[in-house]
Design a protein around this ligand. Structure first.
Ligand SMILES: Cc1ncc(COP(=O)(O)O)c(C=O)c1O
Length: 361
């Protein structure tokens, strides 16, 4: 038998929000209303679907490893130099490359106690040490507490804004003050998977406005653009970082159809407009129900909100009640929050069904 290192032995396979404890098939799962994965309830961008249909006949050809059309589209859309951009097989993949490129066994990651699990996994895969800083009372990142934990061993700080699973955000001015105090040899990863949902929030932080030599910003087309199954993420960083990452990155990701669909989706303003409108309406429906049911919650700035129950048993009971009504939501023990539930916005109709379950708590 081939031996693996201790840190690989200790890894546990990822369990997605698309899995539930009841013994059902994937087909049966698809018939449920899935409000557990922060997916786009409107489906994929129609322009992306059309682009895939029009290009399906070219699957025999390798994509260009420099992804020129997609990089050019991102550069145009965000008014950035292509040298500062890279793309990958989801932002998850880019996150993995960041850890693989810049860190090694024993290096220290500093982040919040309840944030995107992929980050902890990447640190564990490298045999790194993770220092978890408790969130503030409102379940947002405590940037000052994170600053106070920086030591000579700290190599990377991970921030998600808005944060998954708490849905909270910090502001532009919070971040400016924070970056001014972070040592220049500590890499800051700013994960903006949900940036499009937060754009209209007061104090919105746009990571693409910064040019710090120790900052990388990652985004995804999985959420707002509805392309989670296709896997397209992108990053904005100083040129030297992009150059290192491109040495490590597998040459042909994202795949050719993903690249073509992403180029089309990035122009799909109609879809984004509809998506934001539905998200807004659905969020109002959910928040109304949660507040009227007397359930504590976070202040959401994305396409989901976190409900906070008195204890783990009450959270599980409510999750089961959702499931009995054909709705999947996510209890959060793996984020260190066993008494909390994350619920994503659905279509207006789906959100109304979810609201009924919450009201009848
Ligand atoms: C904060 C955050 N970052 C990254 C990701 C991964 O996104 P992708 O589908 O691009 O890999 C997610 C997915 O849920 C997320 O919530």
């Amino acid at each position: 038998m081939i031996k693996v290192s201790e840190h690989i032995e200790n890894l546990v396979p990822y369990k997605s929000g698309n899995k539930i404890d009841r013994n059902i098939t994937r087909e049966e799962f698809k018939k449920l209303i899935n409000l557990a994965s922060n997916e786009n309830p409107l489906g994929p961008s129609p322009l992306a679907i059309e682009a895939i249909k029009n290009n399906i006949g070219e699957l025999n050809i390798y994509p260009d490893p420099t992804s020129p059309e997609l990089i050019a589209k991102l550069a145009e859309k965000f008014n950035k130099d292509p040298k500062n951009l890279m793309v990958g097989h989801g932002s998850d993949s880019i996150l993995q490359y960041i850890f693989y490129t810049f860190f090694k066994k024993g290096d220290e990651l500093l982040t919040a106690s309840s944030t995107f699990i992929g980050t902890y996994v990447n640190a564990n895969k490298q045999g790194m040490t993770t220092i978890l800083v408790p969130m503030k009372k409102d379940y947002s990142f405590d940037l000052n507490a994170i600053l106070s934990k920086i030591t000579l061993k700290t190599k990377v700080i991970y921030l998600a804004n808005p944060n998954n699973p708490t849905a909270t955000m910090f502001t532009h001015s919070d971040f400016v003050k924070f970056m001014a105090k972070v040592p220049k040899d500590v890499l800051v990863i700013l994960d903006e998977a949900y940036w499009l949902y937060a754009k209209s929030m007061p104090g919105y932080l746009d990571g693409f406005e910064f040019e710090n030599e120790n900052l990388i910003v990652i985004r995804t087309l999985s959420k707002a653009y509805g392309l989670a199954g296709l896997r397209v993420g992108f990053a904005y960083a100083p040129e030297y970082m992009i150059n290192y990452l491109n040495r490590v990155k597998l040459p042909f990701e994202p795949n050719s159809l993903a690249q073509i669909a992403a180029v089309a989706a990035l122009d799909d303003e109609d879809f984004i407009g509809k998506m934001l409108e539905v998200n807004h309406k659905s969020m109002d429906i959910l928040l109304d129900a949660i507040d009227n049911a007397g359930i504590a919650r976070t202040e959401p700035s994305a396409n989901f909100v976190m409900m906070i129950l008195d204890n783990e048993v009450k959270a599980r009971t409510l999750c089961n009640k959702f499931l009995d009504n054909g709705i999947v939501v996510r209890q959060l023990p793996m984020f260190g929050l066993p008494n909390a539930i994350r619920i994503s916005t659905g279509t207006v109709e789906q959100s109304e069904k979810a609201a009924k379950v919450i009201y009848s708590k």
